[in-house]
Every structure is written in C-alpha cells, then in structure tokens.
Design a protein. Structure first.
Length: 143
C-alpha cells in the first residue's frame, strides 16, 4: 500500500466520522464544527486527486456559506447568549480537535504530494506540464 492510498483511507475514515458526528451532535455549534471538518476533509481528497480548483472552491463556497448561514440562524433565533457564554469552555475541546485535524490533514496532503510525486500517472503529468488542471478545465469549458 502506497502512502497516498493510506492517506486516502485515513481521510475517508475522518470524513465518515465527521459526517456521523454532524448528524448525531446535540449542540448545533458542535455540528457545524464537524461539518467544517467534513468539508476540509473532502477538500483534502480533491487535493490528492490534483484538483486544486475544486478543493479551493469547496472550501471557499461551502465552508464560507455554512458559517454565514449559521450566523444568520443565530441572529434570527432568540438565543440566550448568557448561557452560551457560560458554556464557552465546552466548545474549546471540539474546536481544538477539529482545528488540529484540519492542520494534520493539510500537512499530510502536502507530504503525500511530495512523497508520491515521482509516481504520478502520465496523464496527470501531461496536465501538469500543460499548465495545471485549472487551465485544462478552463480550456474544456470555454472552447
């Protein structure tokens, strides 16, 4: 098993776990944090496939949209902010876990791209020589 294959299975396990936690979390703040982890893990899968454009679009659009949506929901509901401030310390472990996992995923994705760069398939190497997959996507869409 190659390093990239092992990374794929690790990221897939994290993605499934984060998805389950999104559905089973009782606290909406925890659910949103797990959803952010799921989006970043899916973006790591896109990066492993050398689809950088799709990875950054997923992070910018979905993570940004989810955070704005959550902000609007909090503003529209009659939320007791005093109780949220008292429970602030309960959010720190989940937030720190999600943040640490996102950083570890980014580091592993970068290390994986460096380790397996010699074993890139010929099609991916041709796309990289032609200017990257973003340019190839643009050529496909706009020609």
């Amino acid at each position: 098993m190659t390093f990239q294959t092992a990374l794929f299975y690790i990221f897939a396990a994290i993605l499934v776990f984060a998805g389950v936690r999104v559905v089973t979390a009782r606290n909406p703040v925890h659910a949103v944090l797990w959803l952010v982890l799921a989006f970043f893990t899916a973006a790591a899968h896109w990066l492993m496939l050398q689809a950088e454009f799709l990875a950054i679009v997923l992070v910018l659009v979905y993570v940004g949209a989810v955070m704005v949506l959550f902000l609007f929901v909090v503003m529209m509901l009659d939320v007791n902010f005093a109780s949220l401030r008292r429970q602030f310390r309960s959010y720190v472990p989940v937030g720190a876990t999600v943040g640490a996992l996102v950083l570890i995923e980014m580091a592993l994705t970068l290390v994986g791209s460096r380790v397996d760069s010699g074993s890139v398939a010929s099609g991916a190497a041709a796309v990289a020589r032609a200017g990257g997959n973003t340019k190839a996507l643009g050529m496909l869409v706009y020609t």
